[in-house]
Write a new protein. Structure first.
Length: 266
């Protein structure tokens, strides 16, 4: 079980410093998330199917954590890869990982993206990031900044918690969402909630606090920035279906924990 020192602060407020501090605290535990069934068989598969060809394209990963997804892009032949994260500890882990000399890692805040990352990109990704932007105005700023960092025709793919998820969700896929408001089966727009993370043996490894945004909120900010918007349902990889069996995934397919938003710069 996870140690008490990795539990969230008990305050009901969600100041920006908490965003940085909670990911500093769980940096080492976060590596375990990379090995989860959800990450390897669903999240990555969904992102890569949306993006299509990666080879010879420039990629920016916003909220790169320890660089796991950046390393996947390197293996797929991306021409330039930059990862940005607000947590110095996560960036430190990324820089000490494989192929660190082939990938540029930057510690900084995505609200200041234009000043801390040079150049533009063919692709921008953010995996489980936007739900941690606790100030609605800053969510809009980040999406607008991403638009400015894309080349014409470029694509932004973001994985977010499914705004329509029905609670409680099954923990066998490595996540459990808990409303921090009134007891309900749906999390309201702008409501705080807790995400518990489990390993493949169903042992809890850490938890985080996040904010729910509705589909309407996301769409408004994407459209305002200049994107065309498409929602993408998660897809399970061939390997995931083969290893776990189709029946294993039935609950997830019926009530997916995550969805993808695809924004294209016209």
């Amino acid at each position: 079980m996870c140690s008490d020192k990795f539990k969230l602060p008990t305050t009901s407020s969600f100041p920006r410093v908490m965003l940085k501090e909670q990911f500093e605290l769980i940096a080492n535990q976060y590596v375990k998330r990379n090995k989860s069934l959800l990450m390897n068989y669903v999240t990555l598969n969904t992102v890569l199917r949306s993006l299509g060809k990666i080879k010879n394209k420039s990629v920016l990963d916003v909220g790169c954590g320890n660089g796991y997804v950046c390393r996947k892009f390197y293996a797929l032949g991306a021409s330039r890869i930059v990862g940005i994260d607000i947590s110095p500890k996560q960036i430190e882990l990324a820089k000490h990982s494989a192929n660190n000399n082939k990938i540029e890692y930057v510690c900084g805040d995505a609200t200041d993206l234009k000043n801390i990352v040079k150049g533009t990109f063919d692709i921008v990704t953010s995996i489980s990031v936007l739900n941690y932007i606790e100030i609605k105005k800053e969510l809009g700023t980040i999406i607008s900044n991403v638009f400015d960092k894309l080349n014409d025709g470029g694509k932004f793919v973001s994985i977010v918690v499914n705004p329509d998820i029905v609670l409680p969700s099954s923990t066998k896929y490595g996540r459990n969402l808990i409303s921090l408001g009134v007891d309900r089966t749906k999390i309201a727009d702008l409501e705080e909630f807790k995400i518990e993370f489990f390993d493949n043996a169903q042992e809890k490894i850490f938890e985080t606090k996040a904010i729910n945004y509705s589909r309407k909120t996301y769409e408004e900010f994407f459209l305002k920035a200049g994107f065309s918007v498409k929602w993408i349902q998660p897809s399970i990889s061939t390997e995931g279906l083969k290893e776990m069996g189709k029946q294993f995934w039935e609950e997830f397919i019926a009530n997916p924990y995550l969805v993808a938003i695809e924004g294209r710069k016209k």
